[in-house]
Design a protein around this ligand. Structure first.
Ligand SMILES: Nc1ncnc2c1ncn2[C@@H]1O[C@H](COP(=O)(O)OP(=O)(O)OP(=O)(O)O)[C@@H](O)[C@H]1O
Length: 390
């Protein structure tokens, strides 16, 4: 719902506001570019204006533009709004007009906020005057009731030094930092439920992502790969100006070798191979680290002991945004961001996991058992990777 005369979107951000003014300015510019790219990608008109603390989108489609802006990383919320002079009379009149258009009975409230000290009224008085104006505007047709705690209808106003913004709805955003405000990372995407959520979470913190899928050959198959491609496509819709093709790295030969030669430690040797692959790609693209979808104890291969045995294959930091999350919460997140359906494409792959899972691997034993040339294998596989545009 938008107020009559709405012609803008008020964009609010969170963590960026704690930065120094120089850093914040850079991030605001980044955020503006990202919102512009999202609007263009989704075919919604809008001109984004960088303003201190509140970027605006000038648009003929405020509700659609607010929904798009609320998908930008860094944004806490976005509201389709009407811009008004920062003057009590103009604001109170617009509140009454908004109520005449949208109020259809029940309780109501005015939520007024004020920044700066040039406005000649405090927010409580503005709320009271606006409430009275709304009451007068609708009492002929309804029996209005004021309820400040749980109203059916709320008219919000944010008064700033140079303008006021009247709005009825807030679309929640992901929070975090604007994409591109951190160095890129390489993400290992298997297309399961977890790794796409990990990618989303690291993007939410500002890191552009180079996605990598290790093809399992006979142990994977077209559908296993399709899950990765589809989830990367969905994730790309949040990052149109940072979209990277999926790097599909042929791992079939190594997976077969591990399946034939290792019972104990097979999964962990494969995980180490994946990390070595990711490191090769990271060196190539200048990425600052590697992202996986692992969470402590979610699978036998993901005990803290096992994680400590896989990481030493790489010198890069391994980022695990889901480390302490529970499966239910991860699944809920996957549904919310739209990757869940893709992740549940039946992959029908052959069983690579050993009958007896290892939960407390020792690095020295793992090194003895795994092929000596795991790194070279990773290097060779990366040399043969295929770029797949999702
Ligand atoms: N074939 C693969 N290609 C790329 N990365 C992979 C692959 N298999 C596993 N990974 C990485 O290792 C992590 C743990 O792997 P695991 O086998 O436990 O996950 P999964 O169930 O296949 O997928 P997910 O963790 O995405 O739900 C994944 O989150 C992912 O980051």
């Amino acid at each position: 719902m938008e107020p009559p005369g709405a012609e803008t979107v008020v964009v609010r951000y969170g963590d960026m506001s704690t930065k120094s003014s120089r850093v914040r300015r850079g991030m605001e510019e980044r955020l503006v570019e990202n919102i512009e790219a999202l609007l263009a990608d989704r075919g919604v008109d809008g001109d984004v204006e960088r303003r201190p603390t509140r970027p605006l989108v000038w648009t003929d489609e405020p509700t659609a533009a607010a929904e798009v802006a609320a998908d930008a990383f860094g944004v806490v919320s976005a509201s389709p709004a009407r811009t008004l002079p920062a003057e009590p009379e103009a604001i109170v009149d617009a509140m009454a007009e908004t109520a005449r258009t949208h109020y259809d009975g029940g309780s109501f409230a005015v939520d007024a906020r004020r920044a700066g000290d040039t406005f000649p009224m405090d927010s409580e008085d503005l709320g009271r005057e606006g409430g009275q104006a709304i009451w007068d505007a609708v009492e002929g047709d309804f029996e209005p009731e004021v309820d400040l705690d749980d109203p059916d209808f709320t008219v919000n106003v944010e008064v700033r030094e140079d303008a006021a913004f009247l709005y009825l709805t807030e679309f929640p955003g992901p929070g975090g930092l604007p994409l591109g405000s951190q160095r890129p990372v390489v993400a290992l995407v298997s297309g399961g439920i977890d790794s796409p959520v990990a990618v989303y979470e690291i993007m939410r913190k500002g890191c552009p992502v180079v996605p990598v899928y290790v093809d399992l050959g006979e142990y994977g198959g077209q559908d296993h790969r399709a899950r990765a491609v589809e989830t990367v496509r969905t994730l790309g819709s949040y990052a149109p100006n940072f979209r990277e093709p999926l790097r599909v790295v042929p791992g079939g030969e190594t997976v077969e070798l591990l399946a034939d030669s290792l019972e104990q430690g097979r999964m962990l040797a494969f995980r180490r191979f994946c990390l070595a692959v990711a490191e090769e790609v990271a060196l190539d693209v200048g990425a600052a680290g590697i992202v996986t979808g692992e969470a402590i104890g979610q699978k036998s291969s993901q005990t803290t002991q096992n994680l400590s045995a896989t990481d030493p294959i790489t010198d890069l930091p391994v980022f695990r945004p889901l480390l302490t999350m529970d499966k239910n919460d991860i699944t809920e997140r996957a549904r919310a961001i739209g990757t869940f359906i893709d992740s549940t494409i039946p992959a029908g792959c052959n069983r690579f996991a050993p009958a007896q899972a290892e939960t407390s691997a020792r690095l020295d034993r793992l090194r003895e058992r795994e092929p000596d040339d795991l790194r070279e294998r990773a290097r060779d596989a990366v040399a043969d990777l295929e770029l797949v545009e999702p």
